[in-house]
Design a protein around this ligand. Structure first.
Ligand code: ADP
Length: 499
């Protein structure tokens, strides 16, 4: 009898459920989008019940569509949008406020105050993070300070905090388990990733009672059986990871030095650095990676704000083409980018530059510049930004990555993959299944339950990847990268005079 692993991928704009077979192939998929709420400028919220119901519906739907019974599902893995914070009542299960989404900037002032008070170094040394509204901690503090009666109830031990994984599992187990895994905990500003526990000093600094915190488990561990009566039977929950760490695992980056980049709206580059905590000197963050051996594992992480979004910009604002994949045809109409450089700093620059005042810029325009050149420059800009982050990582670790693994929507673009290999001078490997996030959660759950015996077995059976090796354009790509660095320097600080 064929058996499967079910993976729940709770993302920022949609919830998805996927079934994976023993070869790591997708045997079924269901997806439901849900509403985004923007109550004020810079605020982003989700209704916790939308998160829950869309996710549960997709889980039931994927089984029904594939005609697979819960008893044929050996394990359940969960991966989720990271940093998004929820607080609910332990007795009733009712959320006290909407989920505050990772993108939300409402705690910018609080963060600025924490910085001014000189907390940066302590936080960095303990959590590997920077002080920023992006992470969960200040969002929890905001809920306690702004929801009527919340702080008093929290202090009486009546409220629970969790990231999206905690919220889902609490509901899937009828309130029996209040847990999170290390990859999610490491994004809260409250988890000490060196000592591997919630940090009393940081909780005090943010004024969040420790009683609200979930128990922290391993990413690959049997934690509980589902006990809702929703058509999911009593499937074993055995895998949990934040989306980027799940993708890192899905790409089988389990050894120090292994790196993957996700080419989505933005880009997320993560490199496994093994079992020893280290801080970046290059403005990257340190985070916890998945471990199947119950030993803390760490990764360096750098994010680029505008990745595939530059393609959306050409599509929606410049109206160069109708569908994102059409960019390839237009870019193929010219031989190269004609020395044009596009710096897509539409919202400033992220890692490793961290310049909120950098401006978007197109430089090198000529009489014969056409849209094909701009399309090429846009694709190249994605690869250049990823190169900037990988160079920073290499300088931190003192080792050169032997190859880069790629995933995410824009990784479907062959021209981008080839150019990435050319500019980095190392092979870029694209797996047959680009859904590495959901796949990673499935691997974690399947390993904990013995569906797969080890990572080696997974590597052996999964479909072959496509490798893009550096080609003859390598020299040109290197030259262009030097010009890119020059262009980035010119784009920095530009918006200071506008602000
Ligand atoms: P996210 O998970 O961030 O929503 P996805 O991984 O789904 O993103 O990737 C979508 C992004 O990839 C979009 O920004 C889109 O413009 C870009 N994209 C999709 N297909 C292509 C393609 N063939 N070439 C270049 N970019 C693409």
């Amino acid at each position: 009898m064929t058996q499967y692993v079910l993976s729940l991928d709770q993302g920022t704009t949609s919830s998805r459920a996927m079934l994976f077979d023993r070869e790591g192939r997708i045997a079924g998929i269901a997806q439901h989008e849900f509403a985004q709420h923007f109550p004020k400028t810079g605020w982003v919220e989700h209704d916790p019940m939308d998160i829950l119901t869309t996710q549960l519906n997709t889980a039931v739907e994927v089984l029904a569509r594939a005609r697979i019974r819960p008893r044929d599902v050996v394990a359940l893995g969960i991966t989720n949008q990271r940093e998004t914070a929820l607080v609910w009542d332990r007795d009733t299960g009712t959320p006290v406020y909407n989920a505050i989404v990772w993108q939300d900037r409402r705690t910018a002032e609080f963060c600025a105050q924490l910085q001014k008070d000189g907390n940066e170094e302590q936080i960095r040394k303990k959590t590997g993070l920077l002080i920023d509204p992006y992470f969960s901690g200040t969002k929890v503090a905001w809920i306690l300070d702004n929801v009527n009666g919340a702080r008093a109830r929290a202090e009486q031990g009546k409220l629970a905090f969790g990231t999206v994984d905690s919220w889902l599992i609490w509901n899937l187990t009828s309130g029996k388990r209040h847990i999170t895994d290390r990859t999610n905990a490491s994004r809260t500003l409250m988890y000490n990733i060196v000592k591997d526990k919630w940090d009393a000093d940081l909780l005090k600094l943010l004024n969040v009672p420790e009683s609200m915190m979930p128990e922290v488990v391993w990413s690959s561990e049997k934690v509980s059986r589902v006990s809702t009566s929703l058509g999911l039977g009593d499937i074993e929950i055995a895998g949990i990871a934040g989306d980027q760490q799940a993708a890192l695992f899905g790409q089988l980056c389990v050894n120090a030095g292994d790196a993957k980049n996700t080419y989505g709206t933005g880009c997320f580059l993560l490199q496994n650095i093994g079992g020893k905590f280290a801080l970046s000197k290059e403005n990257l963050i340190t985070t916890m990676a998945c471990s199947t051996e119950r030993k803390p594992q760490y990764a360096l992480e750098g994010s680029v704000f505008i990745g595939g979004a530059v393609v959306q910009w050409l599509r929606d604002k410049m109206r160069f083409f109708e569908k994102a994949p059409d960019i390839e045809k237009i870019a193929e109409g010219v031989r190269d980018s004609g020395n044009l450089i596009l710096v897509p700093a539409f919202t400033g620059l992220g890692a490793p530059h961290w310049d909120p005042y950098a401006s978007g810029m197109l430089i090198g325009l000529q009489r014969d510049t056409e849209i094909g050149h701009i399309a090429r420059a846009a694709l190249e800009s994605i690869a250049f930004q990823v190169t900037d982050v990988l160079m920073a990582m290499q300088s931190d670790t003192g080792t050169k990555s032997p190859m880069l693994r790629a995933d995410g929507g824009a990784a479907a673009n062959d021209m981008l993959m080839q150019f990435q290999a050319d500019v980095l001078g190392i092979p870029v490997e694209r797996p047959a299944i680009l859904e590495t996030t959901a796949q990673g959660a499935a691997y974690l759950a399947g390993l904990a339950t013995g569906y797969w015996s080890d990572v080696k077995e997974i590597a052996k059976t999964r479909p072959a990847s496509q490798v893009f090796s550096p080609q003859k354009d390598r020299e040109r790509a290197k030259q262009q990268y030097i010009r890119w660095q020059d262009a980035v320097a010119r784009s920095k600080g530009w918006n200071k005079s506008v602000a």
